[in-house]
Design a protein around this ligand. Structure first.
Ligand SMILES: Nc1ncnc2c1ncn2[C@@H]1O[C@H](COP(=O)(O)OP(=O)(O)OP(=O)(O)O)[C@@H](O)[C@H]1O
Ligand SMILES: [Mg+2]
Length: 318
């Protein structure tokens, strides 16, 4: 049983809108997995189906090796896109309430609530009503609510939307720590490519209700091209550099550029120190090395013909 989530051929139709169409996805246990896609792609629909709030029209779904149902629901903790916290309850009361839904009560609930509030930087706000928190604080409380029963699968629908950049990065650290400490599997959705890159081991691109690409961030970027490395050296000279670098194993092409050369050779990022050393050995001092890589946004655009933040223009919508 290696997979935390196994979804096969999921289709969900609302009235005359196909939200998910033959959607399949497998998430390995212990992984941080990201769903990326434009507004209306079907990400939250998939999450609602995982959490049991919606029923798929067809397809099969297993979680931790068991067919999805009341048993699997206890194993997952969901922080929905629209925060589910109760504004009139304090942070502590919110957490205890969500814990009680999963049978976490009494002393255990009190301890877990206080420890989560500390971990998420809300210790000082424990007795403040959720309605009086800032947007970013409410997002963190929403996350804490999903964690009260130590779920094996944590599902976060846009956990950092609306957070300021510094808080977002703190949130990444917190999420990483929680996953590590609890050995949980994490599924998150996001519109931020840098977030997906920083956090996720696997990413699925969702567009118009379908899973259109899957891979590690590097694999996805590898789909549309390679890294290009620009090098400028002293004393330099394109001919000399072509001669020196052309002999290096794994370098596919070295072409003259403005003040140096452009090198192409697959995954070149990891070889920067080696290339630099090789140049020094041949009497060239590196003045500049700049690596350009295709972004996830470029990949998404190439695959779907639409931008990540636009509504998908192909597929079941038409
Ligand atoms: N309860 C519903 N009734 C009717 N249509 C719905 C319902 N829920 C979702 N949809 C439609 O299904 C499609 C997918 O919506 P979903 O919320 O899953 O998108 P999303 O990928 O989460 O988008 P976002 O990035 O904006 O959160 C949209 O066209 C949406 O309007
Ligand atoms: Mg959504």
């Amino acid at each position: 049983m290696d997979y935390a989530v196994e979804a096969e051929g999921i289709t969900k139709v609302y009235k005359n809108k196909v939200a998910l169409y033959d959607f399949s996805l497998k998430i390995k246990k212990g992984q941080i997995f990201g769903l990326l896609g434009p507004n209306g792609a079907g990400k939250s629909t998939f999450i609602r189906i995982l959490s049991g709030l919606e029923k798929a029209d067809s397809g099969t779904l297993k979680m931790m090796g068991t067919k999805a149902g009341s048993q699997t629901r206890k194993k997952i903790g969901v922080a929905p896109q629209d925060d589910s916290v109760y504004p009139l309850l304090t942070c502590r009361e919110n957490l205890k309430y969500f814990g009680s839904l999963y049978g976490v009560r009494g002393k255990k609930a009190e301890e877990t609530a206080l420890s989560l509030l500390e971990q998420l930087g809300l210790g000082e706000k424990k007795d403040v009503q959720a309605g009086f928190l800032s947007g970013g604080m409410r997002k963190r409380l929403n996350l804490a609510c999903a964690l009260m029963h130590s779920p094996q699968i944590i599902i976060l629908d846009e956990p950092t939307t609306g957070l300021d950049p510094a808080t977002r990065i703190k949130m990444w650290d917190t999420v990483r720590t929680i996953v590590k400490e609890t050995n949980a599997t994490l599924l998150l959705t996001t519109h931020y490519m840098e977030e997906a890159e920083a956090l996720c081991q696997q990413i699925a691109f969702v567009n118009a209700g379908q899973n259109v690409a899957l891979g590690t961030p590097d694999e996805l970027k590898g789909k549309i091209g390679r890294e290009i490395l620009k090098i400028t050296t002293i004393p330099g000279g394109p001919d000399k550099l072509i001669q020196i670098l052309g002999k290096l194993k794994g370098i596919e092409s070295v072409k003259p550029a403005d003040h140096g050369v452009v090198v192409d050779g697959g995954s070149i990022a990891s070889r920067l120190p080696e290339i630099s050393k090789h140049l020094e050995k041949h009497g060239q001092t590196v003045v500049e090395m700049s690596l350009s890589r295709p972004s996830l946004e470029d990949v998404f655009l190439t695959i779907t013909g639409s931008k990540l933040r636009e509504v998908g223009t192909i597929g079941p919508d038409k």
